[in-house]
Design a protein around this ligand. Structure first.
Ligand code: ASP
Length: 354
């Protein structure tokens, strides 16, 4: 009897120790970011502007790197990284977001945890300083995945997330971009035509968004990470597309389209003509090609971005990191603000096509 008691006690102690045992951190970790794709040409860039973009991208990378290096979670890293880009007026997210046809800034964002497949997003919000933080609150503090407009703003306020006046998001450059888009659209409207082979009337789509008519940049921001626990996460934040109308929501806050993370496969954040990313279910398609088609990340990402996206009439790019730390940053536009940093400190920031 005494022997049995000792065995039972030893069993319980052993189990308790196993539960509290510290799992050693892995060496490998990776962070990849983008600040939007589009017609980004060296010939159209001033040295000052190029330097400003490089600095902003480097700051974003260093922010996430510091978290990952200390063993922080991929979720914390992608949120903090995206926040720095939301706060920068250079990118179309948070401060510096593009304007809708009505002259407002309506922001979309999403975040996803590859470990649990938990996700959160907000769409069409106008007063939340950092929409990515609100998206995470939707994921962690509510039973929902997606909240829109006034409801999302009310929820964010209840959660103590910083609320700002809509005028906080204003930048003169984006305002001018809207005026240019409107005048280009009125010209295009006069030559409106319908191309049903693309599934969207091309005259119609130009009228709505002029994606490449306003300096040719999309400007969404995103981050994906593999942390030292082996977990993946993805985050995307955007002002959407210049001159958007009628409560339009893009791909960024749609889980599986512009944002997706799954520890079994990959974490992805996209930038580009959102309607096409939604129709192609871009990010989840790549994950499925890897999971069920046993494709490598690069093959799957190139197939979607370099072939299927342009074949449908869209354009853009994405960043991705797979469960083994392989990265991909394909785009079918002239350029994409992008960069990555790895555990050994290897860091690269790039803007143009090679
Ligand atoms: N994908 C975004 C959207 O369609 C735009 C962007 O990438 O800048 O809303």
């Amino acid at each position: 009897m005494r022997k049995l008691l000792i065995i039972v006690c030893l069993f319980i102690i052993n189990k308790a120790l196993a539960q509290t045992a510290v799992v050693p951190l892995k060496d490998k970790f990776v962070l990849v970011i983008h600040g939007g794709a589009g017609t980004i040409l060296k010939s159209q860039m001033t040295p000052e502007k190029e330097k400003a973009y490089q600095e902003a991208l480097n700051k974003a990378l260093e922010t996430g790197y510091a978290i990952l290096k200390e063993g922080g979670s991929a979720m914390d890293a992608v949120e903090a990284t995206v926040r720095t880009m939301e706060d920068s007026p250079l990118f179309n997210a948070g401060k510096g977001a593009v304007f809708t046809n009505e002259g407002k800034n309506e922001l979309d964002a999403a975040i996803m945890d590859g470990k649990t497949l938990a996700a959160g997003s907000v769409a069409g919000v106008t007063t939340i300083r950092n929409p990515i933080t609100a998206a995470r609150a939707v994921m962690e503090k509510s039973p929902h995945v997606m909240m829109t407009g006034k409801g999302a703003e009310k929820f964010a306020q209840q959660q103590g997330i910083e609320i700002v006046a809509p005028s906080y998001f204003y930048t003169e450059e984006r305002w001018k971009g809207l005026q240019r888009a409107k005048s280009e659209d009125s010209t295009k409207m006069q030559q409106d035509h319908t191309d049903t082979t693309k599934g969207i009337s091309s005259g119609f789509s130009e009228f709505f968004y002029s994606p490449l008519g306003v300096g040719g940049k999309y400007g969404t921001v995103g981050a994906v990470a593999l942390d030292r626990h082996g977990n993946l996460a993805a985050a995307t934040s955007t002002g959407g597309m210049t001159n958007k109308k009628f409560g339009r929501v893009g791909d960024a806050p749609i889980i599986g389209a512009g944002t997706y993370a799954n520890n079994a496969t990959v974490a992805i954040s996209g930038t580009g003509w959102g309607e096409y990313f939604i129709r192609l279910v871009m990010a989840k398609s790549i994950s499925d090609m890897m999971e069920f088609g046993k494709m490598k990340l690069k093959t799957a990402a190139d197939e979607m971005i370099m072939k299927r996206l342009p074949a449908l009439g869209g354009d853009g790019g994405l960043i991705a990191v797979d469960k083994n730390g392989n990265i991909a940053m394909p785009f079918c536009t002239e350029g994409m603000y992008r960069g990555y940093i790895k555990n050994d400190g290897k860091k690269e920031v790039r803007i143009y096509k090679d």
